[in-house]
Design a protein around this ligand. Structure first.
Ligand code: C5P
Length: 211
């Protein structure tokens, strides 16, 4: 039904590599963000790449176009296969991320709506819908949409057509995998897997929802 993306938000190299190796057969991709890269360095991407899984850089890139391009070039040269960008800096900033991603044979996802309660302060009143239109115009590969609000995923799906949806918020934030899996291309799960006593078993529990 959907890919399972492990959000590897631990901060030390030993834990990251052992959890990733233990879960490698149970997940379809690994998402790495600031916690792990700031804790271990960008070289963690090369170490994780040995597992042969796609690596998504969750840096929520949000700067002027030139800086976005410089950031994304570093991301892809480090071994990542996809990057996540914020939309609010505007279409030219997203375009820079898309250009860098595609020049490296990678993908660019844009945050359309966040999954935590406070996100509704700014991601409301048609903003996610406008972001989806930008994603279509800019040729980005997909969006990030909240597993905590499946009804919103359905609305945004209608706006982006065949582009992909990656969805964080299952598990620790309360999203229900049975409800979310049929709606998305990738379900992102962090704490419910990496924080478990047995991360591989926790990841395996999502097997019924994987395609
Ligand atoms: O631990 P948990 O499963 O809540 O982790 C979710 C991951 O997805 C975190 O890395 C978080 O930063 C990220 N994320 C999110 N909501 C978004 C975008 C990214 O929770 N809209």
């Amino acid at each position: 039904m959907t890919d399972l993306v492990l959000s590897l938000d631990v901060t030390d190299r030993t834990s990251a590599l052992s959890i990733a190796a233990a879960c490698a057969e149970e997940v379809d991709a690994i998402k790495v963000g600031y916690p792990l890269v700031l804790g271990t360095g960008l070289g963690i991407a090369r170490d994780l790449a040995d597992l042969g899984l796609p690596l998504i850089a969750d840096f929520k890139v949000a700067d002027i176009p030139n800086t976005n391009m410089l950031i994304c070039d570093q991301v892809f040269e480090a071994g990542f296969s996809a990057v996540i960008a914020q939309a609010f800096p505007g279409p030219d900033s997203i375009a820079a991320c898309v250009e860098s991603a595609h020049a490296h044979g990678g993908e660019c996802y844009v945050v359309a709506e966040m999954s935590h309660p406070g996100a509704l302060t700014f991601f409301s009143e048609g903003v996610p819908e406008a972001i989806c239109r930008l994603v279509v115009e800019n040729g980005a590969d997909g969006i990030i949409a909240p597993a905590t609000r499946p009804a919103r995923i359905k609305v945004l799906r209608n706006l982006i057509g065949e582009k992909k949806i990656l969805s964080p918020g299952v598990g620790a934030q309360g999203g229900d995998p049975a409800e979310v899996a049929p709606l998305v291309d990738g379900m992102i799960v962090g704490r419910a897997i990496y924080g478990a006593v047995d991360p591989a078993a926790a990841a395996r529990a999502y097997a019924p929802y994987r395609r």
